[in-house]
Design a protein. Structure first.
Length: 451
């Protein structure tokens, strides 16, 4: 038997895009279809929850000043902007609370914010059925996640993947929604990739959510340009100066095609029960479990000792956050509010909570160590009370692929996020439409409920 690696008939970018271009809604497996519905519902709730955040107010003020012809809806703002501006606004709104989904299959990518913000804008350009919409959504996962897998050192290099990979994901998703042929879809992927940007240095600032919105807008631009014949490199991933080589110290271009057509990345997506950085979730699970199991009075806590994956400190090591956005990347703050409130949702990450004296006092009792042997979804918490030590270990955080949120939990999260913004009646109609989205004839029916 030969040990030779299989030889591909064409460069990997072209082969990938040829595969995506020929897909039809009937090719989407039932599990991928269902994960698509779950993802749309969860993301819409996050987008609605973020529509009144001050970060979006700043952005919309500028977009209204500089924007073009009103063509697409900004959710829950009674506002329409241009095809490039509306996805920028909706993508930012959905990511600003750090409550949106996270794929952790070799990357840490909030795929839905750039992809769905782009797709909803393009779906207002001409009639689009729900089945085609969900297929394009799944195609965005394939492009974004797999591109990340070709560049294993990408995150380590300081890039914010939702901005960089998000541009690629949104471009391919948008191109698929426009039914581009293989050559033009290849160009869309290249145009998206050449716009890829986003720096982890901006974590905890308004710029982090801007990355998601910018990626969505980049994707729309890439798809529309490719539709009109604008070209790019046809080897944008694997080329000598391609994506996987300049964004990573290790290049694995063949990963773009690994199990393509049999492994659907959307089926490995994760959803957030907590409104903060995803590597905090096992810690929060552990602290809440301790609080519940031992009926702990936070005033009696002498120390909270945490052990987690190295990303716990490298990503969420902010010791003294002074804003809500910063607190979303503080393991100390998250452990404190989890112990005091038994929760880590939107109210726990507001500016007032970051400055609360009781939270500040408790987070200064949190000690964190890291352990290379632990997975990103694992953590241990020990609470010390009057010298006694109580321990909980989390094998897989809630919402991850190995411990997923149920459909009921996804729906409850959506309703909690959506009802205060659009009311219970409209939220219920959105929920019902999304659960049957593959049978909807025109996605603009859903958009009308979100306006």
């Amino acid at each position: 038997m030969s040990d030779a690696k299989p030889q591909h008939l064409m460069p990997v970018t072209q082969e990938f895009c040829a595969h995506i271009a020929k897909l039809t809604p009937g090719d989407l497996p039932a599990k991928a279809l269902h994960e698509g519905r779950r993802g749309v519902l969860d993301w819409l709730g996050c987008a609605l929850a973020g529509v009144h955040h001050p970060t979006l107010d700043h952005l919309i003020g500028v977009l209204q000043e500089v924007g073009g012809r009103a063509q697409a809806t900004v959710f829950a703002r009674s506002l329409r902007l241009g095809l490039l501006e509306a996805p920028l606004a909706n993508g930012l709104a959905a990511h600003v609370l750090d409550f949106d989904d996270t794929h952790m299959g070799g990357v840490v990518l909030h795929t839905s914010s750039p992809v769905l913000a782009a797709l909803f804008a393009l779906a207002e350009r001409r009639p689009v059925g729900g089945a085609a919409f969900l297929l394009a959504y799944a195609a965005g996962f394939e492009a974004g996640v797999r591109t990340g897998q070709t560049a294993p050192g990408h995150y380590k290099g300081g890039w914010h993947l939702t901005g960089t990979l998000g541009s690629v994901a949104a471009a391919v998703a948008g191109g698929k929604l426009l039914d581009l042929d293989a050559p033009r879809l290849t160009h869309a992927m290249g145009i998206g990739a050449t716009q890829a940007a986003g720096m982890q240095q901006n974590r905890g600032t308004m710029c982090k959510s801007l990355h998601a919105g910018r990626a969505a807008s980049n994707g729309v631009l890439a798809a529309l340009l490719a539709e009109r014949g604008f070209d790019s490199s046809s080897e944008i991933i694997e080329g000598r100066r391609g994506y996987c080589r300049i964004y990573s110290d290790v290049a694995k271009p063949e990963a773009l095609l690994d199990e393509l057509g049999t492994r659907w990345e959307i089926t490995r997506n994760g959803h957030k029960p907590y409104a903060c950085g995803v590597v905090l979730h096992p810690v929060i699970d552990a602290v809440i479990a301790l609080r519940t199991k031992y009926s702990i009075d936070p005033a009696t806590v002498e120390a909270i000792e945490l052990r987690g994956h190295p990303m716990l400190l490298s990503t969420t090591g902010v010791a003294e956050p002074t804003t809500g956005l910063q607190s979303k990347f503080s393991v100390y703050h998250s452990a404190a509010v989890a112990m005091i409130d038994g929760a880590a949702r939107i109210p726990q990450y507001r500016d007032q909570r970051a400055l609360d004296p009781a939270v500040i006092a408790l987070r200064r009792k949190v000690v964190v160590t890291t352990d290379d042997s632990l997975g990103k979804d694992q953590a241990e918490a020990v609470v010390v009370i009057r010298g006694a030590r109580h321990r909980v270990f989390i094998q897989h955080a809630t919402g991850t692929c190995d411990n997923p949120m149920s459909d009921e939990a996804i729906e409850a999260k959506f309703m909690d996020n959506a009802q205060p913004v659009i009311g219970a009646d409209r939220a219920g109609k959105v929920r019902d439409l999304v659960w049957g989205l593959d049978r909807v004839g025109d996605v603009r029916e859903l958009v009308a409920l979100l306006a």
